[in-house]
Design a binder for this molecule. Structure first.
Ligand code: SF4
Length: 357
């Protein structure tokens, strides 16, 4: 299985919590970036015989490249790679740049899955995050998306936001889940050092955040979604195949500034620098071979994030299952975290990997 990730590092403005590599860009810069990305896609495609199972175009805000340039990039991927019979092709969208013309062009380019960054449907919360859209434009984007014929649609929401309450989060979830979305990604706010929000906001009390998390799990379950990864819920059959590839550690190629690849047990990363990528769109750079011990740790860390869990044979010899009986269960020789365990995944992983218990 092979996946392709294409990174578009342009954003209209910087959200207050965002530590990703993205910034506004001029038309000329977007054109040069598009040409570099197409060259990178051609070079990668000419070295691969394996068909792509998934393609994911994320950012940043891919739509800000402009509809024609984005179509050109997707078309280049179609020409440079072969695809398997039912590829999953996703593009990330933000509400304020979702237009009928863009959606028509994406369908034309073979995109069959969209991921919309909603984050919240409360005006105050959106303002505190400095999102470039309001609740009405998020709902209008959803209307447009479903009217355009897309049926596999994911939405992103956030919890642990300044001023957020159980009532406001429930209202966001209820209004969002009233749409026929197939997938929900939910992330707790991380106050990343150096971001404007980290300078002004305090982290939510743990107990309050846990209440929001339980509310999220309940609402998603009521909608018929399974909790297949810590932060992701999907109707059966609509799990993100692209993200599953990351968690299962199958090969993927990431092209664009700040994009990462994992190919034949070697990780690569393009620098967080658009101009550098424009100058050197190929080859993949900064190779970092992953040895057996590191591969095992990665498999434990990534596997425990998902409802597939991790094979018992990968766990350290001193692993004691009874230590985790409130947080995990064993099924078909795999250790799988339960809902409580998912909430504490990071501590459980470091506990399992620590050599001291
Ligand atoms: S739209 Fe996404 S990538 Fe862009 S600034 Fe906001 S959070 Fe960051």
């Amino acid at each position: 299985m092979l996946s392709l990730y294409l990174h578009i590092p342009f954003c209209k403005q910087k959200c207050a919590y965002c530590a990703f590599y993205s910034a506004p860009g001029s038309c000329a810069e977007k054109e040069r970036y598009t040409e570099a990305l197409c060259a990178s896609i051609r070079a990668a495609g000419s070295r691969e015989t394996r068909p792509l199972s998934t393609l994911y175009c994320g950012g940043g805000t891919p739509a800000l490249l402009g509809t024609e340039r984005l179509s050109r990039v997707l078309e280049q991927a179609r020409r440079a790679f072969s695809f398997d019979r039912r590829p999953e092709c996703t593009v990330e969208l933000n509400p304020e740049s979702t237009t009928p013309a863009l959606l028509a062009a994406l369908r034309e380019a073979g995109v069959n899955r969209l991921s919309l960054g909603v984050q919240s449907l409360q005006e105050e919360e959106l303002r505190s995050l400095r999102r470039p859209h309001d609740a009405a434009s998020a709902l209008a984007a959803l209307e447009l998306i479903f009217r355009s014929g897309f049926t596999n649609v994911s939405a992103d929401v956030m919890f642990g936001l300044p001023g957020q309450t159980a009532a406001s989060f429930a209202d966001t979830l209820d209004r969002l889940l009233a749409y026929p979305i197939t997938h929900l990604s939910a992330y707790s706010l991380q106050l990343e050092p150096g971001t404007p929000l980290a300078a002004t906001a305090l982290p939510m009390e743990e107990e309050q955040e846990e209440q929001l998390w339980l509310l999220l799990c309940r609402r998603a379950a009521e909608k018929g979604m399974t909790h297949y990864e810590i932060s992701n819920f999907a109707l059966p059959g609509f799990e993100s195949r692209h993200n599953l590839a990351y968690w299962r550690r199958t090969d993927y190629i990431g092209l664009g500034s700040a994009a990462h690849s994992f190919l034949r047990s070697v990780r690569y990363a393009f620098p967080d620098d658009r101009e550098e990528f424009i100058r050197h769109p190929w080859p993949l750079c900064n190779p970092q071979p992953i040895g057996a011990a590191e591969a095992r740790e990665e498999a434990i860390m990534l596997g425990l994030r998902t409802a597939e869990g991790v094979p018992l044979r990968l766990l350290p010899a001193q692993f004691q299952p009874e230590r985790y009986r409130d947080f995990a269960f064993i099924q078909k020789d795999r250790l799988i975290l339960n809902e409580r365990g998912f909430y504490l995944t990071n501590s459980i992983i470091s506990d399992i990997l620590s050599k001291e218990y």
